[in-house]
Design a protein around this ligand. Structure first.
Ligand code: 5GP
Ligand code: ZN
Length: 137
């Protein structure tokens, strides 16, 4: 997409510190890092959310996430990583081009876990929710 900033990075029209690239994916440093090495992995083809990704690219993106995670941990001596997607506006997605955040993590770095992202009161039982999800098409 012409006005998408991550598509502009893919086309070389906007600069970025690239840390990994293959035929279908690209990874570059987040311009406002939450931690040293905060990296974004994207499919080169524009799509907004994970479920918009062409099915043929799912494994390619997963491969890139894995490769970048290995590189980050080795390069920075990080013993762990937090990996996540703000998958849609309501989840905090600002740039509407699918991107996977990879954050190097360290013991006692003061950061939270996935469990600190949201916590709302649950009304329905696990059984009810499980049934709803399982039958969704
Ligand atoms: P989101 O909230 O959409 O998941 O996160 C978008 C991320 O993209 C943010 O962490 C933000 O710092 C990063 N970002 C926004 N604009 C640019 C840019 O032009 N270049 C790079 N490298 N990162 C960007
Ligand atoms: Zn795009």
């Amino acid at each position: 997409m012409a006005d998408c900033i991550f598509c502009q990075i893919v086309r070389g029209e906007r600069s970025a510190y690239k840390v990994y690239e293959d035929s279908d994916t690209l990874a570059f440093l987040d311009i406002f890092p939450l931690v040293e090495g905060h990296t974004l992995v994207i499919p080169k083809a524009h799509c907004e959310r994970l479920q918009d990704l062409h099915p043929d690219l799912t494994a390619k993106v997963a491969h890139a996430v894995r490769a970048v995670t290995e590189k980050l941990e080795k390069a920075l001596g990080a013993p762990a990583t937090t990996i996540g997607i703000n998958n849609g506006k309501a989840a905090g997605q600002v740039v509407p081009h699918l991107h996977i955040h990879i954050l190097p993590r360290y013991e006692n770095d003061g950061g939270g876990t996935i469990h600190s992202v949201v916590r709302t009161t649950t009304q329905r039982s696990l059984e009810e929710i499980c049934h709803l999800i399982a039958k969704a098409r």
